[in-house]
Design a protein around this ligand. Structure first.
Ligand code: AMP
Ligand code: GLY
Length: 438
C-alpha cells in the first residue's frame, strides 16, 4: 500500500499531537517529513515543537474538551503521546466525537494503568513474567513481604509517573515501600492496590510494536539508560538516553520471540475480554536465562526510546498511524533504515528530585524545527520561550539524537551536537550506548 494505494487519507491532513515531551517532539519531527504534508497542532507541546506545530487553544487534560476541539477544528487524526490522556479515555472521547485517534482505548490502556490487570492477564495467557501477588490490604501486604522475603519488587497498581516501583533488597525496605504506597498513599489511589513480585535477573530491553486489530509489527529493539549517572549509578530517572537497535537482541531473534510468546498471547487474552488493542505496545523486558520476561507493559511510545527509534523509520509515520487506525497494517510494508540511532538527554541541575528551571539555553542551529534529516537533531522536552528566549522548563530539558552506519557513529553525532548545547547546571551521561549486551 502506498500513498496512492488503498489509504484513504485526505491531502494535507490536519493532525493534533497530544503531549509535550521529547517523545512528542520526535513524533512531530517525523510527521513533518510526511509526503502527505500534514498540518500539525500541539497540545500543549513545547518550545521546540512550536516550530513545527500550531498551538491548540485547548487544555490537554480534559478529554471531552480536547475531543470537541478536534472535531470542531476538523482534525483528521489525533496522536496521543503520554499515558495519562490514554488512561483518561481521550481516544474513546475522540472516537465518540467522530475523530480518528492513534492510541489504545481506556480499556486497552489498562495494560499500563493497572499493573494487577496486566499481571492477571499475563498469568491467564501464559505470558512469561515474574511470579506475583496482588494486595489491597496493607497488613496483608506486609505479612506477604515477610513471608516471601527479599529481594522483592513492590509496585503501585496505578500510574505513579514512573516512581511507583521499588526494587527492595531487604524485607525492611519492602515494608517501608508498602507503607509509603498503601498507608501514606504517596501516589494517591495508585497505591490502593500493590503488586508484589519476584525480582528478575538479567538485562533490560525495550521492545515496541505497532499493533492493529490483526497485525503486529516489531520496531527495532532499544535500550534506555534509566540511572542519572555514568556507570548506571545514581537515582532512577525518566531515562537519560537510548539507542537502537540492540544488535545482540536482533541476532538472538528477540523481536520475533517476544511477538510470539508475549505480544500475541496478550492481545488474544485482551480480545477474549472484548478489548481490541490499537496503537503502540511497549514491552519492558528482562532478558533472563530462561528468555524474555515482561517487567511491564506501556501502552504508548517509550520516552526516550522513541527519540532513537523514529529516526530509523523509513516508512512514513503518518501512513503507519493511519493504517493502524484502519486495521490496514497488514498491507503496509514498514521499513527501517539500516545502521543505528542514539539519543542523549540533557537534564537540569537537581533532576530528578527538584530540577531548577528558568535558565537560558544555547543551542546550535537546527532544533528539529525543520524536517531536514541532515541537520543536527535536537528534541525538546522541558523547554519554554520566555520573552523570546529559550529557557529550561523541566527536569529533562532536551535530547540530541544522531544516526549512522554504526552505533559508534550515531553516538558521536549525538554527542557532537550535545557539546554545542549550553545551559546552567546542565548534566548528561557520557556513556550512552556502552551497554550493548544481553
Ligand atoms: P517499571 O516502572 O515497572 O518499568 O519498573 C521500573 C524499573 O524497576 C524497571 O525498569 C526495572 O529496572 C525494575 N523492575 C521492575 N520490576 C522488576 C522485577 N520483577 N525484577 C527486577 N527489576 C524490576
Ligand atoms: N522509557 C520508559 C518509558 O517510556 O516508560
Amino acid at each position: 500500500m502506498t500513498a496512492e494505494g488503498t489509504l484513504s487519507m485526505p491531502t494535507a491532513p490536519r493532525v493534533l499531537i497530544v503531549g509535550g515531551g521529547g517523545r512528542e517532539h520526535a513524533i512531530a519531527w517525523k510527521l513533518a517529513q510526511s509526503p502527505h504534508r500534514p498540518r500539525l497542532w500541539m497540545a500543549p507541546g513545547n518550545a521546540g515543537m512550536a516550530a513545527l506545530c500550531e498551538r491548540a487553544e485547548v487544555t490537554a487534560d480534559d478529554p471531552g474538551a480536547l475531543a470537541r476541539w478536534a472535531a470542531t477544528e476538523g482534525m483528521d487524526l489525533v496522536v496521543v503521546g503520554p499515558e495519562q490522556p490514554l488512561a483518561d479515555g481521550l481516544v474513546d472521547a475522540c472516537l465518540a466525537a467522530g475523530v480518528r485517534a492513534f492510541g489504545p482505548t481506556q480499556a486497552a490502556a489498562q495494560l499500563e494503568t493497572s499493573k494487577a490487570f496486566a499481571k492477571y492477564l499475563m498469568q491467564h495467557a501464559g505470558v512469561p513474567t515474574a511470579p506475583f501477588e496482588v494486595h489491597e490490604d496493607a497488613e496483608a501486604a506486609l505479612d506477604a513481604v515477610r513471608r516471601l522475603g527479599a529481594p522483592i519488587v513492590v509496585k503501585a497498581d496505578g500510574l505513579a509517573a514512573g516512581k511507583g516501583v521499588i526494587v527492595a533488597e531487604t524485607v525492611e525496605e519492602a515494608e517501608a515501600a508498602v507503607r509509603r504506597l498503601m498507608v501514606e498513599r504517596r501516589f494517591g489511589d495508585a497505591g490502593a492496590r500493590v503488586v508484589l513480585e519476584r525480582k528478575l535477573q538479567g538485562t533490560e530491553l525495550s521492545q515496541m510494536f505497532f499493533v492493529d486489530a490483526e497485525t503486529v509489527v516489531a520496531m527495532p529493539p532499544a535500550r534506555d539508560h534509566k540511572r542519572l549517572l555514568d556507570g548506571d549509578r545514581g537515582p532512577n530517572t525518566g531515562g537519560m538516553g537510548a539507542f537502537a537497535p540492540v544488535e545482540a537482541a536482533v541476532e538472538a531473534g528477540i523481536p520475533a520471540q517476544v511477538e510470539a510468546t508475549i505480544v500475541r498471547p496478550t492481545l488474544r487474552a485482551l480480545r477474549e475480554e472484548g478489548i481490541i488493542y490499537r496503537g503502540v505496545l511497549y514491552a519492558g523486558l528482562m532478558i533472563t536465562a530462561d528468555g524474555p520476561q515482561v517487567i511491564e507493559f506501556n501502552v504508548r511510545f517509550g520516552d526516550p526510546e522513541t527519540q532513537a527509534i523514529l529516526p530509523l523509520l523509513r516508512t512514513d509515520l503518518l501512513e503507519v498511524m493511519w493504517a493502524v487506525t484502519d486495521d490496514q497494517l497488514a498491507h503496509l510494508p514498514v521499513a527501517w533504515h539500516s545502521g543505528a540511532a542514539a539519543c542523549v538527554v540533557a537534564a537540569a541541575e537537581g533532576y530528578p528530585d527538584k530540577p531548577r528551571t528558568g535558565h537560558p539555553i544555547e543551542v546550535p542551529g537546527g532544533t528539529a524545527d525543520s524536517a531536514a534529516a541532515s541537520e543536527p537533531i535536537i528534541f525538546h522536552a522541558g523547554t519554554a520561550l520566555r520573552d523570546g528566549r529559550l529557557v529550561t522548563a523541566g527536569g529533562r530539558v532536551l535530547a540530541t539524537a544522531g544516526t549512522g552506519d554504526t552505533l559508534a557513529q550515531a553516538l558521536s553525532v549525538a554527542y557532537e551536537t550535545m557539546r554545542k548545547v549550553h545551559f546552567e547546571g546542565m548534566h548528561y551521561r557520557t556513556d550512552i550506548g556502552s551497554t550493548t549486551g544481553l
